[in-house]
Each structure stands twice: as structure tokens, then as C-alpha cells.
Ligand binder design. Structure first.
Ligand code: FE
Length: 344
């Protein structure tokens, strides 16, 4: 890693700052251009703290992930993009494979972010995590499945609901099953789940939770933060009946519950590379980790950082620590399996 003295000083100070309050750092001129498909109110505070501490201005360009990837590609060597920030390892890997990212060499990121939440070539890093777990009707399903495998058990025929296979969260979950069970095992599992569907896959994660309330589905797959959001504020069709919904972190005696991430990577032609790496390092600090994860009711990526009390209500659990970089390599296989088993 080729640190300038300024960068080394700032990195060290920012890490120190993460442990206490944000300090007044020596201002460094300049800017960083952030292409982001993520927007939460707490992110504003996160960004302004960085600007105050470093004197570096963050210019944000927002859009959906695929648009931003296409834009960086189209802008080519003249792209002003320094950082791409988005959710799901499948999207970050898509960005990597599209050639819009480059390795960010940083001893601090290497140390702070667990290895399984980083790209193998350092082209992206996870900064918060979500778990994809089971939610069920307490009333209609006294014995919910305790593992992903059990979702495919014929005893749950006609009771299971899921999003469609075009959804990245669903693709990454099956890609993780491929990593654990191999292609054949994952195909059998996906076939079993399809055979248990109560309806054709449709809707978002909130719609799956609503279907538990409405009685259309008895057990569904959803990310943790959607349920946590319904606990924190009114989510129509869920919050009013939240007491009816139980949850299971699957595979607690096995691999642990499936995890995915929000993350960011250094853009391939970043004009402000040093500032960009500083910003990524800042996101790995304790204080930034709290804001970044709390903004969407997620889990911090950095071990030991306190989770916000809303998501903490769901309890602690064993997380699957399979490499998400390796899992993302299985996305094409997962897509093939979805087609094979008729998971629409
Ligand atoms: Fe989401």
C-alpha cells in the first residue's frame, strides 16, 4: 500500500476517532464523488461528519445500482466516480465483473472488515449486514422450519412463499446453498421449496410479511431489516399485526443464518483515489459503523460494534460466515437452477 504521509496521518486519526467522538482533524482539501443506490436519513449525518472531520466534500449521485454501473462504464476513463455504494454481494460482484471497480489497498479495511465480507481482490467491502431468515404465522404454524433445508420438507406443502428468482437477495441465498450443498444438493433444495409454494413468487420482502398476516402464506423468506422496520415505524399490513409473526434464524446448529451486505468499492478510474479510500476507511470506524447499520436496521460489519436497539430486539444468532465473494461466483449456477426447477 502506498500511503502518503497525509493519508497515513488521517487514517490513523480516523481510526482513533472511531473509538471516541469525532475529532477536529487537519482539513484536507478536495472532494470525493460517491455514486450510491443507498439513501437513508442517517447517511446524511454520516457524510457530514466525514466532511467536517476531513474538509473533503462528498458529492453524491444517486440512482439504482444497474444504472450507476452502466453510467460508470459509459463515462469510461473520464468518469468522475470515486466510489460505488450499493446493496447485495451479487450487485457488487456484477460491478466488479463489469470492470467498473479496482482494488482498494488499505491495511485498515483489511483488518477491520471480516474476510468473508470482502471481495477476494479488495474491489468491494461490506459495511453492514442483513440476514435472510424465516418469518411465520405463530397461530397457524406452531412448529416452523428451523433450517433452510426444512423449507423443502413436503410437510410444508402449500405453505411457503418467496420473492421471485429475479430478485438479487433470492439469487444470493441460492448461491450460498450452492456453496454449502453443491449444485445437485442446491437443485434438490430449490425443487423442494418450489413444490411447497403457496403461490407463484411475487412482491417484495414486505409483501411476504403481509402475506403471513393475511393468511396467504404460513412461512416466508425475508431480510431482517424489513421486519425490524415494521417494529420501529408503521408499515401498513405488517405493524398492526406484528405480534402474529414469529421468526427463525435458520441453521443455528449448522452453518448459521444466511447473511448479505451493503457495501462499496473504489471506482476503476477514481480521480480522487486517496480521498475515496479515506472515506471507505471512515465507514469502517466504530461510530460510522453504528450510523451506517442503524440507518437501515442492519447489523454492523465490524465485529464488536454495538447494534442498534431496534434490530437487537430480534436477538443474537449464529451468522453464516461463508465468503460472500465465493458465494457471488455461484450466481450463474443459481440462475440455471431457478430455470431448471421453475422458480419464477
Ligand atoms: Fe431491501
Amino acid at each position: 500500500m502506498t500511503d502518503t504521509p497525509l493519508r497515513s496521518a488521517l487514517s490513523a486519526t480516523i481510526l482513533a476517532a472511531a473509538l471516541t467522538a469525532l475529532p477536529s482533524l487537519a482539513p484536507a482539501d478536495g472532494e470525493v464523488n460517491l455514486y450510491s443506490s443507498r439513501h437513508y436519513d442517517t447517511d446524511d449525518r454520516l457524510f457530514s461528519d466525514f466532511e467536517k472531520a476531513t474538509g473533503i466534500t462528498i458529492n453524491r449521485i444517486e440512482g439504482n445500482a444497474d444504472e450507476l454501473i452502466a453510467r460508470i462504464k459509459a463515462e469510461g476513463a473520464n468518469s468522475p466516480a470515486d466510489i460505488l455504494m450499493t446493496v447485495d454481494t451479487s450487485r457488487l460482484t456484477r460491478a466488479k465483473n463489469a470492470g467498473v471497480l479496482q482494488p482498494a489497498e488499505s491495511a485498515l479495511l483489511e483488518e477491520r472488515i471480516p474476510a468473508h465480507l470482502q471481495d477476494a481482490e479488495n474491489e468491494w467491502f461490506g459495511f453492514s449486514q442483513r440476514s435472510r431468515i424465516l418469518f411465520y404465522s405463530k397461530e397457524r404454524m406452531p412448529e416452523p422450519p428451523l433450517t433452510y433445508a426444512e423449507l423443502a420438507d413436503p410437510k410444508y406443502k402449500g405453505l411457503v412463499c418467496s420473492r421471485s428468482s429475479t430478485n438479487p437477495y433470492t439469487q444470493t441465498l441460492l448461491a450460498a446453498m450452492v456453496e454449502h450443498l453443491g449444485e445437485e444438493g442446491a437443485t434438490d433444495w430449490a425443487q423442494g421449496v418450489v413444490d411447497n409454494f403457496a403461490r407463484n413468487p411475487k412482491g417484495g420482502d414486505i409483501d411476504q410479511l403481509r402475506a403471513v398476516v393475511s393468511g396467504e402464506c404460513d412461512v416466508v423468506i425475508s431480510n431482517t431489516y424489513y421486519f425490524a422496520r415494521a417494529l420501529r415505524k408503521n408499515v401498513k399490513g405488517v405493524t398492526e399485526h406484528v405480534d402474529q409473526i414469529g421468526w427463525v434464524f435458520p441453521d443455528q446448529d449448522g452453518n448459521g443464518a444466511h447473511m448479505n451486505l451493503s457495501g462499496a468499492g473504489l471506482a476503476v478510474n477514481a480521480p480522487n483515489k486517496e480521498n475515496a479510500i479515506l472515506f471507505l476507511e471512515y465507514l469502517a470506524g466504530d461510530e460510522a459503523q453504528k450510523y451506517f447499520s442503524a440507518g437501515n436496521d442492519e447489523y454492523p460489519a465490524v465485529p464488536g460494534v454495538e447494534m442498534n436497539e431496534n434490530i437487537a430486539q430480534l436477538g443474537t444468532f449464529k451468522q453464516d460466515e461463508v465468503s460472500l465473494s465465493a458465494v457471488a461466483e455461484n450466481i450463474p449456477t443459481a440462475q440455471k437452477i431457478f430455470n431448471q426447477v421453475g422458480w419464477k
